[in-house]
Design a protein around this ligand. Structure first.
Ligand SMILES: [Zn+2]
Length: 257
C-alpha cells in the first residue's frame, strides 16, 4: 500500500477496508438494515446493505467502484453514520465499498487490474455477475454512483432521466458548489458539458457498461454519476459527497409527498 501523507486521510483510515466494513456494519445495526456479502474478494467482502422494507424501487447509492476515489467512500459513510436512525424506514439499496481490493491498494481497478465500471454487463467476471444477481428485479427510483476524477477542475455530474421533464444535476451541483466550484469546461471526458452538467438522453447500444447505464437499462428512473476533483482537499471532497447524497435523499423524500 502506498504511503499516505495526508494526516486527515490517515486518521480516517480511508483505505482501511476492515475499518470501513466495521463502520458500515455498525450503521446497518442502527438503521435496521440487512447486510449481505455479495462476493468475497482478495481485498475484503463486497457489502450490500438493504433497508428492511426495501422495495423494487429503492434509492440506490454506490461508492468505491474505483479504489483510488476514497472521498466517495468516506462521504457516503459519514452521511449514513450521521443519520442511521433516520434511515430505519427508508427504501435504500447501498453498495458502500464496491471494490475492496482497489480501496486497499489505492488503485482504480480491482485485484485483477480490471476497471469494474466497464464490466457491469459482464457475463464472465464473478464479482460483476454477483452484482447482477443482487440487483435483479430492482428499478431504482434514483441511482447515485459516486466517483472522483484526477482531471476534473471542479464538480461535475452525468445525469440520465427517464422523464425528460426532470433535471436534477444542476440543482445538486448548486447545492455543493459553495464547498468546491463546478467544473466549467465545455467538454468533459469527451462529452459536452454545461456548468458541470452532462446530460445524456440516448443510450448507445454499447457493451462494457458503466454502472449508471446498466441501471438505467434495467429501468432506473434517474441515474446520477457525481464526480469530485481528486486534487482538491480530501476532507472537503468527503463533505461534498455527503452533501450530494443528502440532497438526493431529500429529493427522494419530497417526491414521495
Ligand atoms: Zn471513478
Amino acid at each position: 500500500m502506498p504511503e499516505l501523507d495526508n494526516a486527515w486521510l490517515r486518521r480516517h483510515r480511508a483505505h482501511d477496508v476492515v475499518e470501513i466494513t466495521r463502520r458500515w456494519k455498525a450503521v446497518a445495526r442502527r438503521a435496521l438494515m440487512r447486510v449481505e456479502t455479495i462476493h468475497p474478494t482478495a481485498g475484503g467482502p463486497v457489502l450490500f446493505l438493504k433497508s428492511r422494507r426495501m422495495t423494487d424501487r429503492p434509492v440506490y447509492f454506490c461508492a468505491g467502484v474505483h479504489g483510488d476515489e476514497p472521498a466517495a467512500v468516506q462521504g457516503l459513510l459519514v452521511w449514513a453514520e450521521a443519520r442511521a436512525e433516520e434511515l430505519r424506514d427508508a427504501d435504500l439499496a447501498i453498495f458502500p465499498l464496491f471494490n475492496p481490493a482497489g480501496i486497499l491498494l489505492n488503485t482504480r481497478g480491482d485485484e485483477g487490474g480490471h476497471d469494474l465500471n466497464r464490466l457491469f454487463d459482464s457475463v464472465t467476471h464473478p464479482h460483476m455477475m454477483a452484482w447482477q444477481e443482487a440487483v435483479r428485479g430492482l428499478r431504482p427510483r434514483y441511482a447515485v454512483c459516486l466517483h472522483e476524477d484526477y482531471d476534473a477542475q471542479g464538480l461535475y455530474c452525468y445525469e440520465l432521466n427517464r422523464d425528460p421533464q426532470i433535471r436534477l444535476a444542476d440543482g445538486l451541483l448548486e447545492r455543493c458548489s459553495c464547498m468546491i466550484p463546478r467544473d466549467t469546461r465545455k467538454v468533459i471526458e469527451g462529452r459536452r458539458a454545461a456548468n458541470g452538467v452532462i446530460q445524456r438522453r440516448r443510450i448507445a447500444m454499447i457493451a462494457n457498461l458503466p454502472e449508471a447505464v446498466a441501471l438505467y437499462r434495467a429501468g432506473a428512473g434517474s441515474t446520477l454519476t457525481f464526480e469530485t476533483p481528486s486534487e482538491f482537499d480530501f476532507a472537503l471532497r468527503t463533505r461534498v459527497h455527503a452533501q450530494f447524497v443528502q440532497r438526493v435523499w431529500e429529493i427522494s423524500k419530497e417526491a414521495e409527498t
